[in-house]
Design a protein around this ligand. Structure first.
Ligand code: ADP
Length: 409
């Protein structure tokens, strides 16, 4: 089965065509700056990537270009659209309605729309992707895979905020988390690497990319996560502040004469590594500058590692221990220096990084010492593969159900 995985952002459309039987990526690409004059479309795998300047007024047109590139041109992946069997959509906000991935129907579309209040840019973009697929690929089964659903197992003591309860009742203000697809994958792979039943483990999974989040997974169940009502909460990130004293928001509004949406922009796009270093949201540039003696870059580095370290401590306390800590995404997978800072001083907790293993690169690996009580694992995340796999499983199940019903009738 070939599954087209779509990840629609406010002005972008990322995609991969995945063959589930062979576990291969047949094609991938991204349409960027959708709706602007500078729109571009990158299509192809690694060195075969081509960049196509193309006009795309909206996600619908972008979708048309993607499908064209999949069936024609130098990097075509399949001969016709008939070879695409199903579509898996990444949807950011599933609210309280979805605790797992689901087959998309009118009810699901209605709920994704209703939940757009909580993630305006992302859920609306996902809806545009879904509508475009309905137009171009009529009748193809589609599955929604939610960033939040993995965290629907959180108990009220973990997901409620200590603000007036009526605000939860009125606006559904609570923690939903994000990056759930990544954390689910990391936890599953960790159990395989440790060769232990998933349900016996206490895990802390760290997704450290441009966006960063960390989760506590206790005996197979997510019990806490750092992102909140929105992905702004929790760890310090590339451009997002993560958790700060909430009074800072009104202080900035008063003293900098900013509106609520301007402060929202400042905390989401101008803070984090970028805000502190004044150089970049990209950790590589911050690292280079810090090694050249830039003090603010050095500070940004230390604040970032400290932010991760503090959450690791919190989650060890929440679970009463930890068997393994998993690191993933751009920073977690690649930055040995950041990993060294994160684990420095945690030896009394039985967490001992092996400095030599930490320097190795590529693939799944263990980077703790042989006698470390807690294992430290690096696992490259595979969100697209998870979306494809969920899509495959759900579509298979529904086809089997249909066949069974037909046999009975
Ligand atoms: P996202 O998917 O959230 O956009 P990624 O998972 O690709 O982000 O992670 C991007 C981050 O990873 C950037 O801050 C980038 O600098 C960092 N990164 C990637 N490779 C390295 C490296 N070799 N050393 C340090 N940081 C790295």
């Amino acid at each position: 089965m070939n599954v087209l995985v779509l990840n629609a952002g406010s002005s972008s459309l990322k995609y991969q065509l995945v063959n589930l039987e062979t576990k291969t990526v047949l094609a991938k690409g991204i349409c960027e700056r959708v709706g602007s004059k500078e729109a571009s479309h990158k299509h192809g795998i690694d060195e075969n990537e081509i960049v196509i300047d193309a006009e795309m007024a909206d996600h619908n047109q972008a979708m048309g270009l993607v499908l064209d590139a999949l069936v024609s041109g130098p990097n075509k992946a399949v001969d016709s659209l008939d070879e695409i069997d199903a579509v898996g959509h990444r949807v950011v906000q599933g609210g309280k309605y979805f605790d797992r991935s689901v087959l998309i129907d009118d009810y699901v579309i209605e709920k994704i729309d209703e939940l757009a209040e909580l993630a305006p840019l992302h859920n609306k973009a996902a809806l545009m992707g879904i509508e475009a697929c309905r137009a171009y690929l009529p009748g193809k089964p589609m599955v929604a895979v939610f960033d939040t659903s993995y965290f629907q197992t959180l108990a009220p003591k973990a997901y409620m905020y200590p603000i007036p309860y009526e605000l939860y009742e009125k606006h559904a203000i609570r923690k939903y988390g994000a990056h759930g697809t990544s954390h689910r994958y990391l936890a599953e792979r960790a159990a395989v690497m440790l060769d232990e039943p998933f349900d016996d483990l206490k895990l802390i999974t760290c997704h450290l990319g441009n966006g960063c989040s960390i989760s506590a997974i206790d005996h197979g169940i997510a019990v806490d996560t750092s992102m909140g009502l929105t992905p702004l909460d929790g760890l310090m990130m590339g451009t997002r502040s993560g958790a700060i004293d909430p009074a800072i928001v009104t202080f900035i509004m008063d003293h900098e004469d900013m509106s609520a949406s301007e402060v929202n922009d400042l905390l989401n796009k101008k803070s984090g590594l970028l805000g502190i270093s004044g150089i970049s949201n990209d950790l590589r540039s911050v690292r280079t500058a810090s090694e050249e003696g830039d003090e603010r870059a050095q500070l940004a580095y230390e604040m970032y590692s400290n932010s991760v370290k503090k959450y690791i401590g919190q989650y060890i306390a929440v679970m009463g221990g930890v068997d393994a800590i998993v690191l993933s995404a751009g920073v977690g997978e690649n930055c040995d220096k950041m990993r060294r800072l994160i684990f420095a001083g945690l030896q009394p907790l039985g967490i001992v990084l092996d400095l030599e293993k930490n320097k190795a690169r590529g693939g799944e690996r263990t980077i703790s010492t042989d006698d470390s009580a807690v294992q430290i694992l690096v696992i490259p995340t595979e969100e697209e593969y998870m979306i494809a796999r969920d899509t495959f499983d759900i579509v298979h199940e529904s086809l089997a159900g249909r066949d069974a019903a037909a046999a009975l009738s």
